[in-house]
Design a protein around this ligand. Sequence first.
Ligand code: PLZ
Length: 462
Amino acid sequence: MTMDLTESTSSTDAARDEASWPTQQRLLCTPIPGPASLARQAHRATSVAGGIGTVLPIFVERAGGGIIVDVDGNHIIDLASGIATTTVGASHPEVVRRVREQVGRFTHTCFLVTEYDGYVEVCDRLNALTPGTHAKKSALFSTGSEAVENAVKIARAATRRPAIVTFGHAYHGRTLLTMTMTAKNAPYKDGFGPFAPEVYRAPLAYPFRSGLDAAGCSAEAMAALDDLVVKQLGAHNVAAIVVEPIQGEGGFIVPPPGHLAAIQEFAHRHGILLVADEVQTGIGRTGAWFASTAEGIVPDLIVTAKGLGGGLPLAAVTGRAELMDAVAPGGLGGTYAGNPVACAASLGALDAIVNDGLLERAQRIGEITSAHLAPLVGTHPWVGEVRGRGAMQALEFVRPGTLEPAPEAAASVVAHCHRAGVLAISCGTYGNVIRLLPPLTISDELLAEGLAVILEGIRGLA
Ligand code: PLZ
């Protein structure tokens, strides 16, 4: 049953006022971080575990659209969306309205104890939106890591096979299983072993670093995958191949055309499930609901989180109904999984993507971004490649005239941006990639201004 929570226009307007986005303008009142943030930072250092890092040490007072306001009153252009969590912005009126309405009725029941409509409605939406017209079902969780873990549980239960194959440069989370699936040692894995068994890694097709053309890069990676799965593991022992359609933390690495389709064909030829980790790429980020769509693949299981929750913790596994039903009742769950407030936020975010035309916005953001950045390739010696899709774009920095990663160049440009009131963040196995993940509700003007600051930073490189 679907409950209609639509209210009159006047209460929607009221919610829009209550959400009250900050003025959509960059404004610096103090150096970044300012004195109020610095004071809190000093206190934080005595209270918060040292293992928790923060990219830009400002404390936030308010955020919405393309602007974050800190406790010193600085208005900062948001090109990070909390690592793609606040895809619709940090206080979209439709999310705020739905959350307020839900909180007023009840905060939680635990879906394992009693049910509520929001949970089922989010599942229905995901079953309809994910690629493929086959019968699908979903299960909800709280974080991306938790959902990836559950995709592995479902894949193993459905295939009765133990092995999981992931890729070089992969990022799947910070829990024991998902950090095992993650490629990069520091900071994610160092000192945290022993790791989970039956996780294997194939080399990734990384066009920029392969030295081959797209077809050659794909063929080389497919040969290595075949060797791992068929020769080393025995394909009949492999439950799933888990892949990010565009690799996120690993460096916004876009696969060669047709490569994911080749992986899918290979998996299915061997009775192996294809699991797409769309935690970072999904829910409109790349200009389609899912990045898998542009690759022409139909994953057996698809993992979502981040943008799905509209800023609240919500994650999901969606997949073929018969696979999702392979686990006996009680085999999946978690007391907070699919919390009703997070489901309400999710329904608001999904509505916002449709009503505000945010898939088209993501495409437009991609066009504006590459118009600014693409000309750097071949003209600026530190910029090796500009790549991405939709509102998921990146610059890879190299030492001039080489393919050698230049993390110091990325760090210098990021630091310039932060000083100038633009929140840019880096990524990549080598730390040499600046990634752009603006909220899809950022205006063209703010985006262009943020990009101009990045260009300034790049021109300032020695
Ligand atoms: N899968 C593809 O990108 C989260 C990590 C931030 P959680 N990426 C941001 C950090 O350093 O902790 C991510 C992802 C992909 C899984 C995850 C994990 O999602 O919600 O952070 O658990």
